[in-house]
Design a protein around this ligand. Structure first.
Ligand code: FMN
Length: 652
């Protein structure tokens, strides 16, 4: 066995997990209005058990209505949640995984909109950091009711058949609000020393033990460091672990607190963070605890890496969140020597951005994954009917949409011809992967290409397909995935010598000189500008609008803006229009109408894309069935290209 530590069984109290991989709690937000899991939600969780995770945690479930942070949370205080919960737990357990349920109360971070009488509670009377509403200080009597609520909720989880529970004591929810010196300034037995601040957590644990018995393991999720001024430090995190040692079965060490508006960058480590950037927090705790198991997570998805963490005794088990959305079969693949076929999470942050309140004003509330079109649609695609006959599918364009279409069609037994006009596959992914922080996307691109090479797919590179050629091929289905072209603005001087198009750049070495002006501050312009600044160039990004990269998933956007702010050699000029390019410079006009020259050795144009729709349409009548996908339909994101390719190929 290549990963003996990862696939060693793990004893948790009297339970045995088949391996050391836990599917991290990831809530779904499209439950019923009451918060009950739907068949789609159940299929979503079940897939991770099918994929081989030893433990599958169902995300944030509510212990009391007053702690509702994002609506539609599973109401563990209401026994009407049982039918769907029992079904979910059964679905997880029937694949041999242990089912766990996360218990939570949002405290002062509850959204008053979703709480009875709009009232929210916390360790002290202040204004809610997130919603600005008044927070009611919990008095000792209320604290005791809250403790009972946690115990009752655990009892409900147990009744539903869950093997264990995870108490959320991190990320700035109510237990963490009491634990953190940032949010707890009480001067009673629940405030002051760490022992006092930990009292509520200990009472909760004790109440769960009382109601569920010793054989119902408790995992305690904590922040090993809140990374916030005035918050819990790593030293305090270690002391807290010592207090909890032996009282809980697993210490699950995450990081940061939602009380810090930028915390999500490290809580769900973005592509700017090292994979496993929080492992050292668990490792330090593992050194000092003797009774509880220690779990680590944060950007983990490579079996070699996780194996090393376990072999070096930095933790007893690992949890994976986004990596199991990108590839729920990661555990099975790693166990069976297929690790090179694991789809990497590209950490685009789509799964935890626009679908979630309170990150955005109107959340989509749907689970989606850029690289796994099945996520959020598990039920729909769990039992696809086999194609009635073998068809010939012609795919024009070898970008992410075309590659996905080719793979899907070939997987379903069709004859596939993939034509690409360039000499390489990858399409827009080729230029999108230049920045150093795009290593995840590079790995994904290489994997897609490798999969296509390994399949029985006829690949024709350097082949510009014409309608005549397409007709000659005689396909049953043509999928046009021709991508998009850069919209080159009609600015005088744009055809100058030192002007480069972002989509045509092979490498940053192509750009001469030190000073670079990037025209266009969308996602592409910002990423390219940031990467160039990280290379040591002096960069100015010129954007017409008053906000940059509004097309980025919100958490990626936050992380990118933070990186950009930290670069002294990078300036983002908003509300500024480039109206002329001259040798060695770019003329801009700012919001006040002031004109000025920005000196530049090279100008990079990143002003948005235009779909190759017309070129795609030329193939419409060349086969009985025809689909246009990806950027050639409308310039969009990888998720759209992958979904387009997948769904179009299923129609063959
Ligand atoms: C879509 C999504 C939903 C999440 N929901 C929860 C949740 O309900 N409770 C929780 O404690 N963490 C939640 N998290 C955080 C994960 O459990 C995990 O801590 C985080 O994603 C970092 O792990 P990863 O880098 O392996 O994704 C969620 C993360 C994602 C991506």
């Amino acid at each position: 066995m290549k990963f003996p530590h990862l696939f060693q069984t793990l004893k948790i109290g009297k339970l045995i997990s088949a391996n050391r991989i836990e599917s991290a709690p990831m809530s779904v937000v499209n439950t019923t209005p009451e918060g009950y899991l739907t068949s789609e939600n159940i299929a979503h969780y079940e897939l991770r058990a099918q994929g081989g995770a030893g433990i599958v945690s169902i995300g944030e479930s509510l212990v009391h209505p007053s702690g509702n942070s994002h609506d539609r949370m599973i109401p563990l205080y209401d026994s009407r949640c049982l039918p769907s919960l029992i079904t979910a737990v059964e679905a997880i357990k029937r694949h041999g995984a242990l089912a766990s349920l996360q218990l939570n109360h949002a405290g002062m971070r509850a959204n008053p909109k979703f709480c009875p009488e709009g009232k929210v509670y916390g360790p002290e009377s202040i204004e809610s950091y997130v919603y600005g509403s008044p927070v009611i200080k919990l008095d000792p009597e209320m604290i005791h009711s809250l403790v009972e609520a946690y115990g009752d909720a655990a009892e409900m989880a147990k009744l539903a058949g869950a093997d264990m529970c995870m108490v959320h004591g991190g990320h700035g929810w109510i237990l963490a609000q009491f634990l953190s010196p940032y949010s707890n300034h009480r001067n009673d037995e629940f405030g002051g020393s760490l022992e006092n601040r930990a009292r509520l957590s200990l009472m909760v644990i004790e109440n769960i033990r009382k109601k569920c018995g010793p054989d119902f393991p408790i995992e305690f999720r904590m922040s090993g460091d809140e990374f916030m001024e005035g918050g819990m430090t790593q030293e305090e995190g270690i002391e807290l672990a010592k207090i909890l040692d032996g009282k809980v079965d697993i210490l699950h060490v995450s990081a940061t607190t939602f009380l810090d508006k930028e915390a999500s960058i490290r809580m769900f480590p973005t592509s700017f963070a090292e994979r496993g950037c929080n492992v050292y927090l668990a490792a330090a705790i593992k050194k000092v605890v003797t009774k509880s198991l220690v779990c680590t997570l944060g950007g983990l998805d490579a079996p070699e890496h996780m194996e090393r963490i376990l072999a070096e005794e930095q933790a007893d088990l690992v949890a994976i969140g986004r990596g199991l959305l990108a590839d729920p079969y990661l555990p099975h693949k790693a166990k069976n020597g297929l690790e090179s076929d694991i789809t990497p999470c590209i950490r685009c942050m789509l799964c935890i951005s626009n679908n979630f309140v309170p990150y955005v004003k109107y959340a989509t509330m749907l689970s989606r994954c850029s690289v796994n079109p099945v996520i959020g649609r598990e039920l729909e695609f769990s039992a696809l009917p086999q194609p009635k006959s073998r068809k010939k599918v012609l795919i024009i364009g070898g970008g992410p949409g075309g590659l996905t279409a080719a793979l899907t069609a070939a997987d379903r037994g069709h004859e596939v011809i993939l034509c690409e006009k360039r000499g390489v596959l990858g399409g827009a992914l080729r230029y999108a992967t230049h920045p150093g922080f795009k290593a995840d996307l590079r790995a994904y691109t290489e994997l897609l290409i490798q999969r296509v090479l390994d399949q029985a797919i006829q690949i024709r590179l350097n082949t510009e397909v014409t309608p005549e050629i397409a007709r000659e091929i005689g396909a049953d289905l043509i999928i046009a995935a021709l991508g998009a072209e850069l919209c080159v603005p009609a600015i005088p001087g744009v055809d100058g010598e030192d002007v480069y198009l972002a989509t045509a750049l092979n490498s940053y070495e192509d750009l001469p000189g030190k000073k670079i002006v990037v025209v266009g501050g969308g996602l592409v312009g910002c990423e390219e500008g940031l990467a160039l600044a990280q290379e040591g160039r002096e960069v100015m990004i010129v954007e017409q609008l008053s906000a940059a990269a509004q097309d980025a998933p919100i958490i990626h956007w936050k992380a990118m803006m933070k990186e950009m702010r930290n670069m002294e050699n990078l300036q983002l000029l908003l509300d500024s229009t480039c109206f002329k390019i001259v040798p060695k410079g770019v003329w801009i006009k700012d919001a006040d109408g002031r004109e000025r020259l920005l000196e530049a050795d090279a100008v990079l144009i990143a002003t948005g894309l235009k779909a190759n729709r017309e070129a795609a349409e030329a193939f419409r009548c060349c086969a009985p069935a025809f689909r246009v996908i990806g950027d050639s339909l409308k310039p969009a994101k990888i998720v759209d290209a992958v979904w387009g390719g997948y769904s179009a190929a299923l129609d063959a």
